[in-house]
Structure formats: C-alpha cells, structure tokens
Design a protein around this ligand. Structure first.
Ligand SMILES: Cc1ncc(COP(=O)(O)O)c(C=O)c1O
Length: 460
C-alpha cells in the first residue's frame, strides 16, 4: 500500500495565513527555545501544483521523480501518493521507493553505470527497468539480473547546460547499434531509450533533437527484432527562476516533437524523471549568522582591493557547502540571501560575503552582496533551495539533522486527498477525471502560473 503524506506531518495554513507567517512563527518559537538551528520551510502545495501543471501541459507524460534531487519525507510521500514513479540511483533510493509502497514497475534504476549490489538488489525487489550505455553494464546485467528490461541511455548535445550529464553518461548514435547487437547476443531485453538534455540552462530545443535521435534508436532496435515501447525524457526542466516561466513554451516544443516522432497510438509510453522542476522553488532555507568580521575592502589580498578603505563584512553561517549549500560547489548555483525585514532606503549598504561553518577555504556560499550591516544571531533566508540541497534521509523514519517544516493550505490538502483517492482507487475513477479536484475549491488551473502561497520576496 502506498505510504501517503500524513496530516500530522504538515502545518496547515488556514485561509489568509501564508507560509511567510509560518516562517515568522517558527522564528518566534526558535527565539523562545533559544535555538539558532538552521531549518527549511517546504511548501508542499507548490510541489503538488507543479505535478498538476505537468500533467496538464504534457498530457502524454507519466511523471517519475528523480529521488537524488530531494529525498525529504514530505516530498516523496506526496509524490508517491500523487502517482509519480521514482528514478533511483542507489540501493538506498530503491529501498526508499519500496518503503513508500511504490510498485516495482514504477521504479527505474536510472544510472547507466551501476554497482553490482544495486543490480542484484533491484532483481531481488522485482525492479526490472534500468538504464545502460555500455557493453560492460550489459554483461553485469546479463549475469545478475536476466529479467531486467533495459533502457538505452543516449548522449545528447547539452553544451549549453551548466550540468552536462552527457559528459558522464550516454551512448552516441554511432555506438547504439553495436550496443543493441551486443544486448541481443547476451539475451538482454531492451525496452526503450532515455536521455537527459542537461540541467541549468533554458534551451527547449535540446528536446526535439534528442527525441528525433531516440526515434532512430527505436528503428535500429526494430531492425534487430526489439519491440521498444518506452521513451524516458530524463530531467532538465527548470524549477525556479526565469526558465521556470518558460515551462509551457518548453512543453509545447516537447509535445510537438513527440507528435512528430512518437505519434499517439504508436504504443510508446512516455516518461520523464524530473528532479529540480518539482522541488526547487518549494524549499526556503533559513540560516543564522554565527560570526562576523569587518574587513577593509583594500585589505591586502582582498579580491575587492579598492583605494579609499570602504569597509566590508564577512559573515559565517551555521550551514555551508558541506551541508545544504552543496549545490554552490557542485552545481554552480548562486544563492541570494534575503533579509527578514526590508531595510530603510537610506540605510548604508556594504559588500558582504557569507561563509559556511567549516575551516575549509572552499566553504564560501556567496560573495560581495550589497547588504546593510548585519549582526551575529540574525536570520537569513535563501529561496529556491529544494533541489540537490536538502538533507538526504536513508529511510522515512526521519529527515536528517536539518529540520524541515512542511506546509500546505487546507484547501490544497483537501484537493490532494481527493486526487490521491482517485489515483489509489482507479477502479472508481478514470484518468480523465484526475484533475477534477481543480474544480472542487482549489482553483489551481487559474493560479498555476502565479507565485506559490509563500512569496518570500515580500519579506524584503
Ligand atoms: C538520469 C537522470 N535523470 C533525471 C535527472 C534529474 O534532472 P533534473 O534535476 O534536471 O530534473 C538526473 C539528475 O542528475 C539524472 O541523472
């Protein structure tokens, strides 16, 4: 049975009560307890809206969620309840998906280069779908998981992206035929093609080319007697920022390419394994200043060396790149601190740098932001911190050290319950009516394109 989100895990926002109010309440509670621990506020309504927006814009798509992106309990239980599948890259992730009650057919082991222990574990759990991009992987699978149903991972041109997954994974079109022939020799079943257009850019044109290439691989497969029926579009859809606003544009480009190369009725199931799209904008990280240093801008060695001796500040926060700001180093993300209260317009601003708590010189979060002078004990808010940033619990028993406070409006909660009921008991409803709760009070269709309940911009 699917383990859905429990009401007791979510702080319900009643009408008129925003997530910003929740944030302020949490800070009040922290002050009463004398706590300065960093924490997340996660707007699960934002995640649910993203799911519905996806179903609406890409009606042929069966969404999978890439677990690596954010394995927090609230997110995974919500998405499992909404019927998403899960893309897993490790044994712990397969175990997590299984513990949610997700059926093995809704799990893809989508790392083309897997540890043998993962392949064996997947076999023991009845998980058959897995990706590959090389001959050695085929050999491992042929020996350890003969019932596996393989997806050939295709390299794409993602030179525009900041996270270029094709540098690490993916077979070129030239090697695909050879791999398909080898798979035939080894009696390994190949059921589809996957790709990843790259993340951290905004080029929807990556999709048509990759979809066209996938069509060629389907044809190569057909020539060798394979009946492929699965196309996995990977991830790469933005979850916040400017590109997020281009979601419908990207969806239209994807739909057009699908209609051209994989027309409806052709027996090909379309999935995608989205990570940042689902969670990036839903999470806000709140951290505390633990130390402060005034540094003259012309201090020898300062990167801002400038005559005149204007002062600047260096602040140390209670989390850094070895914690929840890891994406600064690993994904070239540039987080922007937001103050809890808008400073008066005449308050002087200083160049301010923020560092993590470790002694490591790499532990720099953000540099040279113009801000008023801050104090030790002040709180800072970082928005769009849901992707590749949050704690990674190995099980559902508890999120790791950094607390996450989940929130959702009551009306959204009720809509999610209705939706889950329909998904978990499909005998009572058909998929056509999946969006019925939209007309049951939660007018998501009208609000899909507007900011979520939590609008931290208003904090400034
Ligand atoms: C194979 C695969 N699919 C999907 C994703 C999710 O990508 P994104 O977060 O851009 O949606 C990743 C991320 O690394 C991945 O490796």
């Amino acid at each position: 049975m699917t383990r859905c989100l429990d009401e007791s895990d979510v702080r319900m926002a009643e009408e008129g009560f925003t997530t910003r109010d929740l944030l302020e309440n949490l800070l009040l509670e922290a002050a009463q307890q004398g706590s300065r621990e960093a924490f997340f506020v996660a707007d699960l309504e934002d995640v649910a809206k993203k799911h519905l927006r996806l179903l609406k814009a890409l009606p042929r798509l069966k969404p999978f969620y890439r677990l690596k992106c954010n394995r927090s309990k609230g997110v995974v239980q919500l998405l499992a309840g909404l019927g998403a599948g899960f893309g897993c890259a490790s044994k712990a992730e397969v175990a997590l998906a299984k513990s949610l009650g997700v059926a093995p057919e809704r799990i893809i082991c989508s790392s083309p280069c897997k540890q043998l222990s993962l392949i064996r574990y997947a076999a023991s759990q009845g998980v058959q779908l897995m990706t590959f991009d090389n001959e050695v992987e085929l050999g491992k699978v042929a020996r350890s998981h003969p019932c596996a149903r393989m997806i050939l991972c295709l390299a794409t041109d993602n030179s525009w992206a900041s996270a270029r997954l094709s540098l690490k994974f993916g077979a070129t079109l030239k090697t695909c035929r050879h791999l398909l022939e080898k798979a035939k020799e080894m009696k390994v079943e190949v059921v589809g093609v996957s790709f990843h257009v790259g993340s951290g850019g905004s080029d929807p044109q990556g999709f048509p080319q990759a979809i066209a290439d996938a069509r060629l691989v389907f044809e190569m497969g057909a020539e060798l007697g394979y009946k492929m029926h699965l196309l996995d579009l990977g991830g790469g859809l933005a979850g916040s920022g400017e590109s997020r606003g281009r979601f419908e544009e990207t969806a239209a480009v994807v739909n057009a390419a699908l209609d051209l190369y994989f027309p409806e009725g052709g027996g090909v199931e379309i999935v995608a394994e989205l990570g940042r799209y689902y969670v990036d904008s839903a999470f806000t990280f709140v951290v505390n200043i633990v130390a402060k240093k005034e540094v003259p801008l012309d201090q020898p060695g300062s990167e801002d060396e400038e005559p005149g001796g204007r002062k600047s500040f260096v602040y140390h926060l209670n989390d850094g790149i070895y914690g929840c700001f890891g994406s600064v180093l690993f994904r070239q993300v540039c987080p922007t601190p937001v103050l809890l209260k808008k400073p008066p317009p005449d308050q002087p601003l200083y160049s301010s740098s923020f560092w993590g708590p470790t002694g490591d010189g790499l532990d720099r979060i953000v540099d040279r932001v113009e801000l008023p002078e801050l104090s030790v004990g002040d709180w800072l808010v970082f928005e769009n911190m849901g992707a590749y940033a949050t704690p990674a619990p190995a099980s559902l028993e508890g999120d790791r050290q950094t607390p996450i406070h989940y929130t959702m409006s009551r009306v959204a909660w009720e809509a999610v319950q209705l939706l889950q009921g329909k998904i978990l008991h499909p005998e009572e409803e058909d998929r056509e009516s999946t969006c019925a709760p939209l007309s049951c009070g939660w007018e998501i269709t009208d609000t899909l394109c507007v900011a979520p309940v939590f609008t931290p911009a208003s904090i400034m």
